[in-house]
Each structure stands twice: as C-alpha cells, then as structure tokens.
Design a protein around this ligand. Structure first.
Ligand code: URP
Ligand code: ZN
Ligand code: ZN
Length: 480
C-alpha cells in the first residue's frame, strides 16, 4: 500500500483555493484537510509556499502519429513521460483511421501503441470517411470502449479530410450516441487552392505556409461546423482555435445560446507568424503546424477568450517531427510535416504568461488546464479535481521556481523547442500519477506501461436536448 502526504500547500481547484494537506493512497486522493497526519510508511512532500493542483490534462496530442509520410518522434512513452515532467498527468490522443480503414481496427492499433504510456490516456476517434459500418462502429466505440468524442478534419484534402456529407452524418450519429463532435476547422479546399497559388507566385519556403492558410480559411470552417451542429442540435468542440475570426464565431454562437466549446494551444497564445520568416529553413519549418501561428494581436484575443469563458481548454497538439523529417518540404512548404511539440511546457508557459501577468487567476488556470477538459469529456471529478475519491494525479507547483525552456533540457524526443530561451516563473516541483511520485525536483521517474486507458462514458439523454427541442418546434402558421 503506497501513500503520499502532501503537506502545507494551498490546494487550487477550478472553483476555489484553500489551505489543506492532501493524502493519497493506492492511486486515489483519500483526504483533503488541514493537519493530516502521515500513515506509517508514507512519503511526505513539503508543499510549503506551493500550490497543489490537479495534474494537467492535455486534450490534444499526437504521439506516434503516422502523418504526411512519416511518424512523429515521440511515441506514447517518451511523449507522456515529457508530459509528466511538466505536470501533465493525462493526455487525450487521436485515433486517425485512413479513409476506408475500419475504425475499430484503427482503434485497436492505437490502443496497442499506447500501451507503453507512462501516464493515463484516452482517445478521440477521427471520422475520416462514411459508411453504414462506420455508423455502427461509432456505436461500439461509445457503448463498449469508452469513447465519447469524434474528431473531424475539415482540412488535409486527399488525406484525412472529411466532406460535409461525412460531417453531417457523423455529427448526427454523435448526437444519438451522446458523444461530442470535435473539428479541426480549416477549409481544406481553400488550403489546397492557396498552396498552389502561393507556390505559383514563386514562394516555396515555410513563409508560404501561413499565406496558404489565412484566418478566414479557419473562420469559414469554424462557422460551417458550428452551423451544422446548430441545425442538428448537437454540442461542438473546436480544436486549436488560433485567430480572432474563429474565436468570434464561437463567441457569437454562444451568445445565441449554442453549446460551442473552444480549445487554444499554448503555442498560439505566445508565438506569432514572424517565426515563418526566419532566414534558417530548419527553424522556420520547425514551426510549421496547422493552423499556423498568427499575426500579433490574435494571441491577446485568445487570452481574452479564456478569461471570458468563450474559450475553454488549453492543449498543445504535441506532434513532433525532427529537422530531417521537416526537410521533406525543403523545396515545397506544403510537404513540410505539420506539427510542433509542447506537452512538457504547456503548464509553465500558461502559468507564466497567464497567471503571472494577471490574465488568469490560479483557479482559472486549473479550469483551462485540466478541469474544463475533464468536464467536457466526461471524466470529472475523477480527473481535474483535488477532492476525495479523485485519481491522485497531482502537480505540486512552485510559483517562485524558474526555468529557461530549451531543447537541451526537454524530455521530449523532438529536436526543437518552440519555446526555446523563454524563462518561465512557476514550475512543477513534484508530479504524482496514480498516487506515485513520478517527477521530483528535476528527477523524472516515469515508468513505461504504467499509464492506464481511461474510458469516458457517453453523455446522458439531455445531451443536446435543448437545441433539439428548439429545432423541432413546429413553426406557427403565418396569417397575412
Ligand atoms: O499541424 C498539426 N496541427 N499537426 C497535427 C495534426 C492536426 O492538424 O492536428
Ligand atoms: Zn488539427
Ligand atoms: Zn492535432
């Protein structure tokens, strides 16, 4: 029986912060109160002057992803271990079937790859094509396998992009099943056209990447997905919202009363598109991801969205490709594998730029780094809460600790760090996963295969019901 007592810290939950000790036993939190005594044999962590928060949940990662002709550097072990070093104790990754691939087969394949995870993990499943079999298998995934969210790539034409027919069928099916549809919102037809146009202008380098994916390309897709969800009466979650235009689309829909949720990436909160004009190809290419980093001004709008509650979660889209892989697009930016890292740095970057600047309170930090994700994907309060009965996935946070983020010290296998050289104040001193100390003041003790697959139950019968009722009300006859 393993026990850890975290003594003398300030517990921060999404709703409040208070002084309490936290006792963890056999993987769970068993007591949260002042003046707890340590059971015999317990390890005691001194959290004086520190915060005790739910471990981060990254709702958007891609470990061991086969993508654009190659496979990401981080697998489920190295990626989740890096997460633990940064205080992130759970990830939600993506099963991405090829078009025509049986989605249950793809799911089983990803489950196999993920067995080496060091932290707990779960999956969104992408719907990349449509058939009666896909419809049926979505039911199996929800009812038997604990999947409650389906992803739709509106970009990546000729690869994993899904058309409107697939979007409509899948959203409708998700509503029937009580599962959340999510979208990568970019109009893939426009991207395809603009990639050709930009290339024909003679722009072949990474600076062409943002030109081929301007904000309106994202906004069009966000508005379309939101409108489809509204007509069908299903909630919708928009991943990696990067610009004013799509954040506004979400805010407008929410103001109309629609259940729309938005995710923001740590990178989009602090970087801008100047990275694509770096004279060194490798540096510029290392930042190629979609949607791209945006002109200055967009980030502040995203912070405002988190503050106001119009945007809800933060993620990384951790998807690491090394310089040799990025070199596939040396003469054609559209062939640079899309993706950047960040699973290890997310919490520190958001604390430093969010809490230290006064943009977020510590409780709002917890909301956007763990609790909101746990609620939206139906694993709250098992995850995302420091409370009795919750999983003992915790981070002890030293608000005075500093660190300069660098590829030289990161645990991720990528050979680049998009936050290179940034000195952050506020870092994890300890991370607990399933009640075990897995990171202690620089010492990473991640264990391959220790992570568990976390089932996420379907939402109940009221899921989307308010909108459905509104949509099915009979119009009153007009008399003239
Ligand atoms: O550029 C990115 N974001 N790569 C990963 C795939 C995706 O679009 O999420
Ligand atoms: Zn995406
Ligand atoms: Zn992604």
């Amino acid at each position: 029986m393993s026990a850890v007592l975290i003594r003398g810290g300030t517990v921060v939950n999404a709703d409040r912060a208070f002084r309490a000790d936290v006792l963890c036993q056999d993987g769970r939190i068993v007591a949260v109160a002042e003046g707890l005594s340590a059971p015999a044999g317990a390890t005691v962590v001194d959290a004086g002057g520190q915060y005790v928060m739910p471990g981060g949940i990254d709702p958007h990662t891609h470990m061991q992803l086969p993508f654009m002709g190659t496979v990401t550097m981080d697998d489920f072990f190295t990626g989740t271990a890096a997460g633990l070093a940064g205080g992130t104790t759970s990830i939600i990754d993506f099963v991405i079937p090829d078009p025509q691939e049986n989605i249950l087969d793809a799911y089983k394949k990803w489950r196999g790859w993920a067995e080496k995870s060091a932290s707990d993990y779960s999956f969104h499943v992408a719907i990349t094509w449509w058939s009666e079999q896909v419809r049926k298998d979505m039911g199996t995934l929800v009812n038997d396998e604990g999947i409650n969210s389906f992803k739709h790539f509106m970009a990546y034409k000729n690869a994993i992009m899904c058309d409107d027919e697939t979007l409509v069928n899948s959203f409708k099916r998700a509503l029937e099943l009580g599962a959340m549809p999510t979208v990568h919102a970019e109009n893939g037809e426009l991207v395809y056209l603009l990639q050709k146009t930009v290339s024909e202008m003679g722009i072949k380098g990474p600076e062409g990447h943002p030109l081929s994916r301007p904000p309106m390309v994202e906004a069009e897709a966000a508005n379309r997905a939101i409108a489809i969800a509204d007509v069908l009466g299903v909630p919708i979650y928009v991943v990696h919202v990067s610009c004013v235009e799509s954040a506004e689309a979400i805010a407008r829909a929410r103001a109309r009363g629609q259940r729309v949720y938005g995710e923001v990436l740590a990178g989009h909160l602090v970087l801008d598109d100047s990275v694509y004009r770096h004279p060194d190809f490798a540096t510029a290419a290392a930042h190629v991801m979609s949607p791209p980093f945006r002109p200055k001004g967009n980030s502040e709008f995203l912070w405002r969205g988190l503050q106001s509650g119009n945007l809800h979660t933060t993620a990384t889209d951790h998807c690491t490709f090394c310089a040799a892989q990025k070199a596939a697009g040396k003469d054609d930016f559209s062939k640079i594998p899309n993706g950047c890292g960040g699973v290890e740095e997310r919490l520190a970057v958001i604390w430093d730029e969010g809490v230290n600047t006064g943009r977020l309170t510590p409780s709002e930090f917890v909301a956007v780094t763990s609790a909101n994700t746990a609620k939206l994907f139906n694993i709250y309060p098992q995850k995302g809460s420091v409370s009795v009965g919750a999983d003992a996935d915790l981070v002890v946070w030293d608000p005075a600790g500093t660190k300069t983020l660098s590829v030289k010290t990161q645990h991720s296998k990528g050979d680049f760090n998009i936050f290179e050289g940034r000195t952050v104040r506020g870092i994890p001193s300890h991370t607990l996963s399933q009640g075990e100390l897995v990171y202690v003041q620089g010492d990473l003790r991640a264990v391959q295969g220790k992570g568990r697959y976390i089932k996420r139950p379907a939402f109940g019968p009221d899921f989307g019901a308010a909108q459905q009722r509104a949509q099915t009300q009979k119009p009153t006859a007009v008399t003239r």
